[in-house]
Design a binder for this molecule. Structure first.
Ligand SMILES: [Zn+2]
Length: 142
């Protein structure tokens, strides 16, 4: 999803959580880091192992030793922040990009952290401009 949004020039709002914490991150094309900049080599390896949109390959599932629990309060905080940020974007208000807003439920604190832009990231080049042809599918072949 992050790669497709980056290449298409569409902002991407990401959120994740663990038992007592979570974070939200905006990725706005042509600014700061993209989603792929934040991935480790291990993350990329697992991303390429996906079999479908509904799940991971059996190999990936075997690599996850324990399920990660989340609490309903953490889910509510992160879900609420995601909804608020989405509404801010829809109203045309400025959103923060290049940073993560991190919630720590153990200490009941929130902070921002910068997401570094990877200068070697291969995902910063957008799709080229679409060239429309004056012919239909029946007259055109690859
Ligand atoms: Zn990137």
């Amino acid at each position: 999803m992050g790669l497709s949004c980056s290449l298409a020039g569409v902002p991407f709002l990401d959120g994740g959580m663990w038992a007592l914490g979570g974070e939200i991150r905006w990725f706005v094309p042509d600014h700061a880091s993209c989603f792929e900049c934040t991935l480790t080599d291990e993350d990329r390896k697992h991303a390429h192992e996906r079999q479908s949109c509904s799940g991971f390959s059996n190999q990936t599932l075997d690599a996850i030793a324990q399920p990660v629990p989340s609490t309903i309060s953490t889910t509510a905080v992160i879900g609420g922040l995601l909804a608020q940020e989405a509404m801010r974007h829809l109203y045309g208000w400025e959103v923060t990009h290049g940073e993560a807003i991190v919630y720590n439920g153990l200490t009941m604190t929130m902070h921002r952290t910068t997401l570094p832009r990877d200068p070697n990231c291969s995902c910063h080049l957008p799709y080229r401009e679409v060239i429309e042809l004056n012919s239909g599918v029946a007259e055109t072949t690859a």
